[in-house]
Design a protein. Structure first.
Length: 165
């Protein structure tokens, strides 16, 4: 089971720290997914966030499940990593629908997204994922996705079929 946190240029508002923080609660429920983060935090732009995020990853009880590229990845490397995922999680705290959601669909990957207007509209149109409002719902959506083969299959089919349109 592999979760990808999509982002080639990671910013604090992308909320990736939220997923790292909830990994122990997933393990308490018997789920220990590998987490791929195929991106980079620009040291110049976000030095405090970079430091705090890397500290969070290093200190996480689930750190062995996390694969993080501390240096920039090429577009090809990014898509190779994303292609390994069973699920793409976009836990944004601000922003709107963007290219990373489209990247997930291009790869036929289902998504779990924050309750932001653009994401809500995209999920309504594609039926390729789940929308969550908070950390508890995020944990529950990830558990639901991995524990329900029918849901996994349906969301993946919707992502793949929308990509082919």
């Amino acid at each position: 089971m592999i979760i990808a946190l999509a982002g080639r240029d990671i910013r604090p508002t992308m909320g990736f720290h939220r997923v790292i923080e909830l990994l122990p609660s997933l393990a308490d429920k018997g789920l220990e997914p590998e987490v791929l983060i195929p991106g980079n935090i620009r040291n110049r732009c976000w030095p405090a966030y970079r430091r705090d995020f890397l500290d969070l990853v290093r200190s996480s009880p689930a750190r062995r499940q996390i694969r993080f590229s501390a240096s920039p990845v090429t577009r090809r490397e990014y898509f190779l990593m994303m292609g390994q995922a069973d699920l793409v999680v976009l836990p944004y705290e601000a922003g709107d629908f963007g290219a990373l959601y489209s990247d997930a669909l291009d790869l036929g990957k289902p998504v779990v997204v924050s309750d932001l207007k653009g994401f809500r509209q995209a999920i309504k149109r594609t039926r390729a994922g789940l929308v969550v409002r908070n950390l508890s719902e995020l944990r529950d959506a990830i558990l639901r996705f991995f524990n329900n083969p029918g849901l996994r299959k349906r969301l993946a089919q919707n992502a793949a079929s929308f990509q082919n349109k």
